[in-house]
Design a protein around this ligand. Sequence first.
Ligand code: PRP
Length: 182
Amino acid sequence: MKFKDGKDIKKVLFTKGRIARGVNRAARWLDGKLGGAYAVGICTLKGGMTFYCDLIRKMKTPVQTEFIRASSYGSGTVSRGTAEICGDFGVLLKGRTVVLVEDIVDTGRTVCALKKYLTELGAERVIVVSLLNKPSRREVAACADYSVFDVDNLFLVGYGLDYAERYRDLPYIGVLKDEIYV
Ligand code: PRP
């Protein structure tokens, strides 16, 4: 059996404590932004799962939880250029305020595609909250309305972020050693 010993991690970039403080800030910002409105919180799978669960528990405003699957990278390190989206909302989003929660905005393609998708389903307002933002990698003009941490172009894993479906279960965010993915 393998254990989470962190041997594949070059450096811890965000500790549990620092992430928790960032999640609190995002929750306060969202509470203010929503102004008491009952929104639909959409967790973007899979990467957004950890941030989403922590975020909604820190928010004072209640949200209705839904999930959407968006996948651009598969098991590789390069975006396929389009996000495969899988969600089933029917008329649920019509006229609603949606809080879309992501782990990271990288090229921006996923957020761009998801905002378009949710708007076409009738969402009145889509507020995007992302834990991480990598501005240096942006390829399309899309960004989160609130992102907790700006990061450099490093290969990050943990707290929901994966490489080939591994490391999502690390409680911190770290830089993956080059030899693991090169
Ligand atoms: C990752 C991440 C974001 C997206 C950001 O998802 O969770 O959704 O990439 O990249 P972009 O800004 O370049 O589009 P991924 O496709 O790896 O799926 P996952 O969430 O299941 O890991």
